[in-house]
Design a protein around this ligand. Structure first.
Ligand SMILES: [Zn+2]
Length: 167
């Protein structure tokens, strides 16, 4: 299937993605026992914008099986940045109307890594090759997938554990 989303053109097989995610036993935040991940997990069903959930549904991606997650920084007391990612089979390109990106490519400049703002608290970035560590249960060829990274603000809601103070 081919889908235009924001500045990207995505090509993927939703059935193959469903199979891929069925093979992921636990998400990154469920694999880990630290308080940062527990906090993310507690908020997970509230942090993905509807636009992203609709896209993931269409692509066969299970939003509750993020394959990578890390606490990035504390923005302010009670509010934290996390970075995480999902993967998809297939490939992507940036839209033809992304002229600046085309020019940079043409003159040999590195492509600027630019997150796309989906909401004021949720940014995303699509890239390849996938360099993130993948669980052994994920049976994919790295050159046949791409990654969808997200950068999201999450409130600290764990009452039993103190929030990290760095960042
Ligand atoms: Zn953790």
């Amino acid at each position: 299937m081919k889908t235009n989303f924001k500045k990207w053109v995505l090509e993927y097989d939703p059935v193959a993605n469903q199979q891929l995610y069925a093979g992921v036993e636990k998400s990154a935040s469920e694999e880990c026992n630290c308080s940062d991940c527990k906090n993310f997990l507690k908020m997970r069903d509230k942090i993905y914008p509807k636009e992203i959930l609709d896209l993931y549904f269409m692509m066969g991606i299970d939003p509750n099986k993020e394959i990578y997650l890390t606490h990035t920084a504390r923005k302010e007391p009670g509010l934290h940045y996390y970075t995480g990612a999902h993967i998809s089979n297939g490939s992507f390109s940036t839209c033809n109307n992304d002229l600046l990106s085309k020019i940079r490519k043409f003159i040999g400049l590195p492509q600027k890594i630019k997150y796309k703002e989906i909401t004021t608290t949720f940014l995303m970035l699509i890239s390849s090759p996938v360099v993130l560590p993948l669980a052994s249960t994920i049976k994919v060829q790295r050159d046949k997938i791409f990654q969808i990274e997200f950068f999201v603000l999450v409130p600290w809601v764990l009452e039993s554990e103190a929030e990290p103070t760095y960042g």
